[in-house]
Write a protein that binds this ligand. Structure first.
Ligand code: F6R
Length: 242
């Protein structure tokens, strides 16, 4: 894994946006795997700026998101579809019909998961997957467990994840307890992975990600086995590894 340490959140966001933009500049019809959460917000702002300034063209790009809460419609302001529309897609020249987020309201979740994986395969795989990382080492919503799943699947969120995500909701009781997430297989098959993290709160998990044992209890540790991962963090998140 290649580690890039940025001065602060802003610089981390700019470096990550540049890295993602390079992928699209080299392959205009790239398939981008995207993430939500607090960390990528400024990176997406930077990509919007680059798109408006003509430095990166998303017109031929397809995007496929990591995850979605079960029970929230795409119009719910805490759904990941809504997040993607408002933080990125509404402001760039991407064709919205080529942006995919799992359907959290699917009646048949198993079918939704199967079709999501088929879609990724039919697209020829993911050229570049963006990841954040949970304090507990989750990527997407692949939570620490005895076993991890290869494909897209329904998962129950761990208590620490529900607590961490409660900051986006009016109260912790409103946080969905289940999600549909791409599995470790889908993520590991991406040709390139960019993982971003910022702030002191992520320092311990970044140390485990880079130097810890490979274990299902730290799902992100699997990334140690991928041959094209760039970890872009700010100094605070890197404080235990530099
Ligand atoms: C979001 C996702 C999650 C987040 C992680 C970090 O699509 O898959 O794994 O990347 O929970 O979230 P933040 O960035 O809010 O710290």
């Amino acid at each position: 894994m290649k580690l890039v340490v940025a001065k602060d959140y802003e610089e981390m966001s700019k470096l990550a946006a540049q890295e993602m933009a390079n992928v699209v500049q080299n392959k205009p019809e790239a398939v981008l795997g995207l993430a939500t959460g607090g960390t990528p917000v400024a990176m997406y702002k930077e990509l919007i700026k680059m798109n408006k300034e003509g430095q990166v063209d998303f017109s031929k790009v397809t995007s496929i998101n990591l995850d979605e809460y079960v029970g929230l419609s795409g119009n719910h302001d805490q759904s990941y579809r809504y997040f993607m529309n408002t933080n990125l897609f509404n402001h760039i020249n991407i064709d919205k019909t080529k942006t995919f987020v799992p359907n959290g309201l699917a009646e048949d979740i198993e079918k939704e998961c199967k079709e999501y994986d088929e879609r990724i395969a039919n697209l020829g795989g993911i050229d570049c997957q963006l990841l954040g990382i949970g304090n507990n080492g989750h990527v997407g919503f692949n939570e620490p467990n005895e076993e991890l799943s290869l494909g897209t699947h329904l998962t129950s969120l761990k208590e620490d994840t529900i607590k961490a995500n409660a900051r986006f909701f009016n109260s912790i009781d409103e946080v969905p307890t289940q999600a549909v997430t791409m599995g470790l297989g889908g993520i590991m098959k991406a040709k390139k992975i960019i993982l971003i993290a910022s702030g002191e709160g992520k320092a311990e998990i970044i140390e485990k990600l880079l130097k810890g044992k490979i274990t299902t209890q730290v799902p992100a540790s699997m990334l140690q086995m991928h041959n094209n991962v760039v970890v872009i963090v700010d100094e605070a998140a890197a404080k235990l590894v530099i």
